[in-house]
Design a binder for this molecule. Structure first.
Ligand SMILES: [Zn+2]
Length: 135
């Protein structure tokens, strides 16, 4: 069986919630490094958080579920700026074909393509790199 990392969490509760969602939908998954993180949160940064792994054949399905769940969750989070319930996920992949742009990414981020995720309010158009703490 081949497992593939689909996400990483610094929050044990969130990792477990996502795992519950996968299990409900018959997707086999497992958490990696959860013991280390739970025992010693300070080690979290060192191991890169709790990793959620799913079976490779279920990867696409699992990813779609996660996006759906996140959008569902966002519906109840007011925009920190205008308080409207209009937040959407905004994902940006920067995978340049140009040699110099690749080199720039390599130097700045240690890899040739970068991925960034944030949230944008559809109402006031403000961009947030992180969600406001909700619990
Ligand atoms: Zn707003």
């Amino acid at each position: 069986m081949n497992f593939k990392q689909i996400a990483s969490y610094d929050n044990y509760m969130l990792a477990n919630m996502t795992m519950g969602l996968m299990t409900e939908n018959d997707i086999k998954c497992q958490l990696k490094d959860e013991n280390i993180v739970t025992m010693d949160p300070l080690l979290n940064a060192a191991v890169g958080g709790i990793k959620l792994l799913v079976e490779e054949k279920d990867y696409d399905k699992a990813l779609a579920l996660m996006i759906e769940a996140e959008n569902d969750y966002l519906k109840d989070i007011p925009c920190p700026s205008c308080k409207s319930l209009s937040l959407t996920v905004e994902e940006k992949t920067n995978a340049p074909a140009d040699f110099w742009d690749k080199l720039k990414n390599q130097v700045l981020f240690g890899q040739t393509s970068t991925y960034k995720k944030g949230y944008r309010c559809a109402n006031c158009k403000k961009y947030f790199s992180e969600l406001p703490p909700s619990f």
